[in-house]
Design a protein around this ligand. Sequence first.
Ligand code: ASP
Length: 604
Amino acid sequence: MAASLMKTIGAGVLRAEHAGDTVTLAGWVARRRDHGGVIFIDLRDASGIVQVVLNPEDSPASEEVLHGLRSEYCVQVIGTVRPRPDGTSNEDLPTGDLEVVGELLNVLSPSAPLPFQIDERVDVDESKRLEFRYLDMRRTRMAENLKARSKAIGAMRRVMDRDGFLEVETPTLIASTPEGARDMLVPSRLRPGNFYALPQSPQLFKQLLMIGGVERYYQVAKCYRDEDFRADRQIEFTQLDFEGSFWGQDDVLEVLERIVSEVVMELRGETVEIPLRKMTYAEAMDRFGTDKPDLRFGMEIANLSEVFSDTEFKAFAGVLGADGGVWGINGGKLSLSRSGLDGLVSRAQDLGAKGLVWMVVEEDGTLRSPVAKFLSDEELEGIKTVLCAGTGDTLLIAADDVRVVGKVLGQLRLDIGQPDGNDELAFAFVVDFPVFDVAEDGSLSPAHHPFTNPGDVDVLVNSPEKAVSKAYDLVLNGSELGSGSVRIHDPDVQAKVFEVMGISAQDAESRFGWFLEALRYGTPPHAGFAIGIDRFVSILRDEPNIREIIPFPKTQTGADPLTGSPSRVDEEQLSELGIDIRPEVRARWVEEEDRADGEGAVET
Ligand code: ASP
């Protein structure tokens, strides 16, 4: 950090070689200790912490000021660096061998009593942390996360720059586009009754940039999706968005490899093994029951249907068919009690399975299980062979529709096997996604946005459930870091895809006529991707959710406890926008106010 008149050096960068230097520090009082009249403060700034010794006899400030110093006062200290006396070093601090003897102290700004201690070791409720985020970010965890985020974005920009990408900003007040989630809307004052949408991503603009001849585009882009909240979702989040012309899938994946390598090296100092693993969607679903497999451990789902092809066990025989079968995982040496095993069965049922069969391999090689007596010796041996079962292993078997089994065993695999505190990074590309997700009831919903190249158009039209698109994801430790695709560059194919996806020609024309028109002017083949920066950094920092990586996130209910958003606006603003709040919503406001009044009321 460059020096300023108020501050010549950062507290945390002082080292032994600075001994004897006169320095001007500025920061916050992290801790203050009084030792027989001499006051020690830990002075913290963005670079770290250093111990400052203030002796009233040397009058660095009036006695009153020195004794009035409290936590988080913002102060400036002029003083001399010296080694700490023998035996008083603090090995936990990079500056622990030295201290600054204060010759002058200025209180730049006192602090009100704090809502919580600025101390890593003190557990603070998240809503309090968010309400006082500016104090929370004085604590090491958030301070380090913000630095990591900045470094990660810096590393991404380096790669994009080296590869000749142009950074282009695209608008955030746009027309609504069909990207899968609900749009966030912004009413227009100049055209009352009309709305902008906030972009779910810059998808169509980056495609316009390709049509515009930009060839290589990137942006650190804010995206907005009005989705229900989950631990790793926010309505507002940030992507590294990029696109290239005259590109196919492999061109995109190579850029991604360079990006993840640079970011991981920057944040973790580790080399990522390139090329990254690649598997098809079908393989991921088969082996792990999910399109975002956690590859830090095995415990793969194995198909046992063959073993039971002639079974007399009704629960298994009944499901064998086109989409049904028997699958299992080897959970390893779980040593669960009977109630632990029953717990797995209820978990499987909660996840949608009709049941779950457990088996434990005994010392003598036999399988202990409530259903063992219904199975032939051959079947029991077959299970052991397919699941590579050894003594003590717990085997879990489910028989159902392939989608149900995938979901159930895929989740049990994570419940049982996901490593805790394993900081290995297991990246993988998942490619060849279907155009449509097929629900358990057979209904189709688009797996990606409708600008994705659907592969063979005949297959798309005649058997849409079998169509394989040119879409791919990047997965890290069981989380989807981002997705992308080769795009449609032929306006006729685009129109066809809208049609198959249930967007009528008329609707497509009125909503995306401008885009279909643009596609008609020599559109280059192009492809791209977007990485969720918040999620990527949260995994690299081993944080349980992306709120820890976002400077000012929303809570699970979409609220910001710091600024109070979302909030009501006054009647005049509403009327300018031509908006009437519906009576039932106003009635709810009144109820809420009454409730708040009731809670605040003091009994007399
Ligand atoms: N726009 C897409 C998304 O936000 C990513 C892409 O296809 O490039 O998921």
